[in-house]
Write a protein that binds this ligand. Structure first.
Ligand code: BG6
Ligand code: MG
Length: 218
C-alpha cells in the first residue's frame, strides 16, 4: 500500500461535538432573539466560528444589525458556553470504531494527524484522552484559509513528511471532503450530506471504519 498517513477531522469524526455547538449557539441565539434550529446547525459543520455566526445572522436577516466587533464578541460568548459544555466529555464520547481503527493503522506503520479548524481541538482531544495517538495536531489559529481550502490538510501532510497522494482524509462535512480532494488526497466520508463532490469511500458511521477498506486506495 502506498498510503502513509491518515488525517482526521475532529468534530463529527472522532467525537460528536455537533450537539454542544448546537446547544451553545442556541443559547446565544435565544438571548439575542434570533431563530436557530437543528437544520441551520447542520450547515455550520466544518464552518469557522465567526462564519457560523454570520450564517445564523443571515438566516435572520440580521447581519447588518451588528458591527464586526460586536459579532466577534458574541461569537466569543458562544465559545465560552461551548467550552463549559465540553468539559463533560470523557473517553466514552469517542465515536465507535475510532480507537481500534487508529490502533490498527498505527500498528501498520501509518502516521495519524488531526486537521480540525476548531480552536478547541487540543482540549477536546485531551478530554477524550487520545492526543497521544496522533503524530501531529494542526493549530487552527495558524490556518489562514478555512475548508474547503486544502491548507489545513496540506499543512498536516507536510508536518508528517508525506506527499498528499500518500494521505487519506476522513471528514463528516462537505467542505472537508472538498478540502481533501483539493489537497490531492483520497477521502473517506462519515455520514456526509453530499451537496457537491462525494467522498471516495462514503460510510454511514465511524462504526464502519475498518483498516482493510483503505486497500481500495491501492
Ligand atoms: C468545526 C465544527 O470542526 O469547528 C464547526 O464543525 C465549528 O461547527 C468549527 O464552528 C470551529 O470551532 P471552534 O471550536 O473553534 O469554535
Ligand atoms: Mg467535522
Amino acid at each position: 500500500m502506498s498510503l502513509k498517513a491518515i488525517i482526521f477531522d475532529l468534530d463529527g469524526v472522532l467525537t460528536d461535538t455537533a450537539k454542544y455547538h448546537y446547544l451553545a449557539w442556541k443559547k446565544l441565539a435565544d438571548e439575542l432573539g434570533l431563530y436557530f434550529d437543528e437544520s441551520i446547525n447542520e450547515s455550520l459543520k466544518g464552518v469557522s466560528r465567526i462564519n457560523s455566526f454570520e450564517i445564523i445572522l443571515e438566516e435572520n436577516n440580521a447581519s447588518k444589525n451588528y458591527t464586526d466587533r460586536e459579532k466577534e464578541i458574541l461569537a466569543n460568548k458562544k465559545n465560552d458556553y461551548y467550552k463549559e459544555m465540553i468539559e463533560q466529555l470523557t473517553p466514552n464520547d469517542i465515536l465507535e470504531g475510532i480507537v481500534p481503527f487508529i490502533t490498527e493503522a498505527r500498528n501498520n506503520g501509518m502516521k495519524c494527524a488531526v486537521a480540525s479548524i476548531s480552536k478547541n481541538a487540543p482540549r477536546v482531544l485531551e478530554l477524550l484522552n487520545i492526543s497521544n495517538m496522533f503524530d501531529y495536531i494542526a493549530d487552527a489559529a495558524l490556518v489562514k484559509r478555512p475548508k474547503p481550502d486544502p491548507e489545513i490538510f496540506l499543512t498536516c501532510a507536510y508536518a508528517l513528511g508525506c506527499k498528499p497522494d500518500e494521505c487519506i482524509g476522513i471528514e463528516d462535512a462537505q467542505a472537508g471532503i472538498e478540502a481533501i480532494h483539493a489537497a490531492g488526497m483520497k477521502s473517506v466520508g462519515i455520514n456526509v450530506s453530499v451537496t457537491s463532490v462525494a467522498p471516495d469511500i462514503p460510510l454511514k458511521s465511524t462504526a464502519e471504519l475498518d483498516f482493510k477498506i483503505l486497500s481500495r486506495f491501492g
